[in-house]
Design a protein around this ligand. Structure first.
Ligand code: PRP
Length: 188
């Protein structure tokens, strides 16, 4: 937890609300992908809690795999490039209906890099899913489409429910914002 009380993360979307949002999303995906056995591809690390809850809200057959994507590193500002690692094999993706799952879309760089990478593996289709989408952010200008979103992202630097600041706070059950007086972060 934060070392100074004034820097404690403040709850923006509590665990109950997160759970209801994820359940809604899971029902939508189940309805759209019934009989298609979608492959949900979670972008590590941020999506690990969201994806774990999401698959349990999808009551049709589906499969799970992961892909490593990082653009923030230990810092708080995107480096502007996305490192992709730990790809599923081409044979695991070819012909499959893939849904890319991420915790948050901000600039959209990560989602675009994931789409470009997965497209080369010859899937039958690629869908996009995020727990949070920053409204008015750069991803819109680039025409990036997010097919499934649970929430518009609250303002501020968000942590908890998988989201981190330099690997900290991922374990919080609620989605929180770091207060402005925390000099260790800048807005993302
Ligand atoms: C975060 C987050 C998204 C991405 C969103 O990942 O999990 O993947 O940034 O930002 P963008 O839309 O501007 O690309 P990060 O690089 O912090 O790695 P992490 O998932 O391991 O936390």
């Amino acid at each position: 937890m934060a070392t100074r009380s004034e820097s404690a993360p403040r709850v923006r979307i509590d665990a109950g609300e997160l759970s209801r949002g994820v359940a809604r999303l899971g029902a939508e995906i189940a309805a759209d992908y019934a009989d298609r056995n979608p492959l949900l591809l979670g972008a590590l690390k941020g999506s690990f809690i969201f994806l774990a809850d999401l698959v349990r809200a999808i009551d049709v057959p589906c499969e799970v795999d992961f892909i490593m994507a990082a653009s923030y590193g230990a810092g708080t500002v995107s480096r502007g490039s996305v490192d992709i690692d730990h790809l599923p094999s081409g044979s695991a993706v070819a012909g499959r209906h893939v849904i890319l799952v991420d915790d948050i879309v901000d600039t959209g760089r990560t989602q675009r890099a994931l789409i470009d990478t997965v497209r080369k593996l010859d899937p039958a289709s690629i869908g996009t899913c995020a727990l949070l989408v920053k409204n008015g952010s750069a991803h819109k200008r680039s025409g990036l489409r997010i097919d499934y979103r649970a929430f518009d992202a609250p303002e501020g630097f968000l942590v908890g429910y998988g989201l981190d600041l330099a690997e900290r706070y991922r374990n919080l059950s609620d989605l929180c914002v770091l207060p402005d007086d925390d000099e260790t972060h800048v807005k993302r």
